[in-house]
Design a protein around this ligand. Structure first.
Ligand SMILES: [Zn+2]
Length: 315
């Protein structure tokens, strides 16, 4: 697929954003529709009858009297910001071609840096949860990468200290073009780790193409076929066509993260990788990115600030 197809697609303009989600009422209605597409349903007893307590803006179940706000139990829980600010932030982060730093977001939407950082990471968390729930299928190129490691020329980064290991996987269509990808931080390139990763991120019966690194044979634990191609390592290995796409994506993600953020805290690398993959996986869907995102956001559990700042679990 050509670059032009990405650049000249219909897209979604700021004008449309303001027309559709320019008021609190519109944003609340959108969240309601995404959260309860079949109509209100009480999270405690399943009852579908409720009354809206206008002054406190709460939905009260008619049967068990449980009260819930439109944002409780979602990634937006406890926010004090207007929903319109959230929708604008989501728009900017999901539509930007190369990513938007917390600092840039702060300037665009007029909040403090800490607030912008929290919003940005919550948005990235939604992206991560979404793609983590969609295993790759078909023919998949797989490679091992170190964040901060030397990739080209001489010694590969394998085994280096102070570097964050992650796996990069790209699924291809019959023409050999990339369909979807995911990149997940792992504890190391060991059989048990790759086995755990594969069961979570690969559909059974997929065909996995990797180089000769021993741990990749563990994809068979996820009922996948494994084709190992011995490359001999070094710069020449990345030019082999069996690995062309995964190597292109690894180069792209490193450039994108370094270009947009300059430096990131490696403990948050999983979310930055997820953001890159999410955007790439939806590069032909710019026009309905926002409702798709919103549908997942109201199903993503709350993430208080202290949790956001912890090192993340391995994907
Ligand atoms: Zn109830």
């Amino acid at each position: 697929m050509s670059k032009n197809k990405v650049q000249f697609q219909a897209g979604y303009s700021l004008i449309e954003l303001f027309q559709n989600y320019g008021t609190e009422k519109q944003c609340t209605q959108a969240l309601f529709k995404w959260r309860w597409p079949m109509g209100f349903k009480c999270s405690e007893c399943g009852c579908d009858k409720y009354c809206f307590l206008k002054t406190r803006r709460l939905y009260q179940c008619n049967k068990c009297h449980h009260q819930t706000s439109i944002i409780s139990g979602t990634i937006f829980e406890q926010t004090k910001l207007p929903l319109t600010t959230w929708f604008l932030a989501i728009y900017l982060v999901t539509q930007s071609k190369t990513g938007l730093s917390a600092l840039a977001l702060k300037r665009e939407i007029g909040v403090s840096y800490n607030t912008a950082w929290g919003m940005k990471h919550k948005i990235m968390q939604v992206m991560k949860e979404r793609d983590d729930s969609k295993p790759l299928s078909g023919v998949i190129q797989l490679d091992d990468v170190y964040w901060g490691g030397e990739r080209h020329g001489g010694k590969r980064g394998r085994g280096s200290k102070n570097k964050v290991p992650f796996v990069a996987a790209v699924s291809l269509n019959e023409d050999g073009h990339p369909i979807a990808m995911n990149m997940n931080v792992v504890k190391g390139f060991r059989l048990t780790e790759i086995s755990r990763w594969a069961k979570h991120h690969l559909q059974p019966e997929s065909t996995i193409i990797s180089d000769g690194l021993a741990c990749f044979s563990a994809v068979s634990d996820a009922d996948c076929y494994h084709v190992s191609i011995v490359t001999g390592g070094g710069f020449q290995s990345v030019t082999k066509k069996e690995f062309a796409w995964v190597n292109t994506m690894i180069g792209n993600v490193k450039n994108a993260i370094t270009g947009t953020y300059h430096a990131i805290n490696p403990k948050h690398l999983p979310r930055y990788l997820a953001e890159f993959c999410y955007r790439h996986n939806r590069r032909f869907q710019l026009d309905d990115m926002l409702p798709r995102f919103g549908y997942i956001a109201v199903r993503t559990p709350p993430m208080p600030g202290r949790l956001l700042k912890l090192a993340e679990a391995y994907g």
